[in-house]
Design a protein around this ligand. Structure first.
Ligand SMILES: *Cc1c(COP(=O)(O)O)cnc(C)c1O
Length: 214
């Protein structure tokens, strides 16, 4: 596809679901793409937030490009000092990680915006809290000075047919409602339209933005 095509499909999914297209933001996932590609295929269309999943790969791009940067990948506690350079961290997956990020944010005199990642598909290889761990984790993390929990994030199980993961997205939306959290980060190249229909406020799309055939 291309970025404009992805935006058009998000808008169509909003119309189908009776949602305001202004309530969904496209996070262009720029991992494995150069600064020149990001300028040419994303930023020429507007100031879209950019998502990266590896700290080492992200840092030089953040130096080179002024943008709203989101961290979306697995984060190690010893990288917390770099993670607090991002505008939003989608992937807080343990209380200890939240504590490490909160500490660094306080040292820098700022409040770090974060989402908690949920492993709703209960896949052993995936990161994130299990659903039953969420209430206690949320209570602890919401009590940390230096962090603001704005929502939930999930990476749905891989599938050829996005309809099979619709219940996962519906579940994330329901949990976000239950806990009064506004942001729902869900949906990737293969399933972002279903995620939008189920209430995504942030979709993280890489291949469909950068690859014509995706
Ligand atoms: C790579 C990645 C994406 C984007 O995946 P695509 O299939 O390229 O759209 C979204 N979320 C996370 C956490 C990722 O690592």
């Amino acid at each position: 596809m291309s970025l404009p095509k992805v935006v058009e499909r998000i808008e169509k999914a909003c119309r189908r679901a009776g949602r305001d297209p202004g309530a969904v933001r496209l996070v262009a996932v720029t991992k494995e793409h150069t600064v020149a590609e990001i300028q040419e295929q994303v930023l020429r269309y507007g100031p879209f937030p950019l998502g990266e999943s590896r700290i080492q790969e992200a840092l030089p791009k953040m130096e080179a490009l002024k943008a709203e940067w989101h961290f979306i990948g697995p984060l190690q506690r010893n990288k917390a000092k770099f993670a607090v350079r991002f505008d939003l961290i989608h992937s807080i997956d343990s209380v200890r990680l939240a504590e490490a990020v909160a500490r660094k944010a306080r040292e820098n005199g700022r409040v770090q915006r974060v989402l908690l990642e949920l492993n709703l598909g209960r896949e052993p290889q995936k990161h994130g809290f299990l659903e039953e761990e969420l209430p206690a984790a949320l209570e602890l993390i919401r009590g940390l000075e230096g962090l603001r929990v704005e929502g939930l994030m999930t990476v749905a199980p891989y599938t050829q047919d996005p309809e099979t993961v619709r219940p996962i997205f519906a579940r994330l939306s329901r949990l976000a409602d239950l806990y009064g959290l506004p942001e729902r980060s869900m949906g990737m190249s293969g399933d972002f339209e279903v995620a939008v229909e189920e209430g995504a406020t942030l979709v993280r799309v890489g291949r469909a933005v950068f690859e014509p055939d995706a």
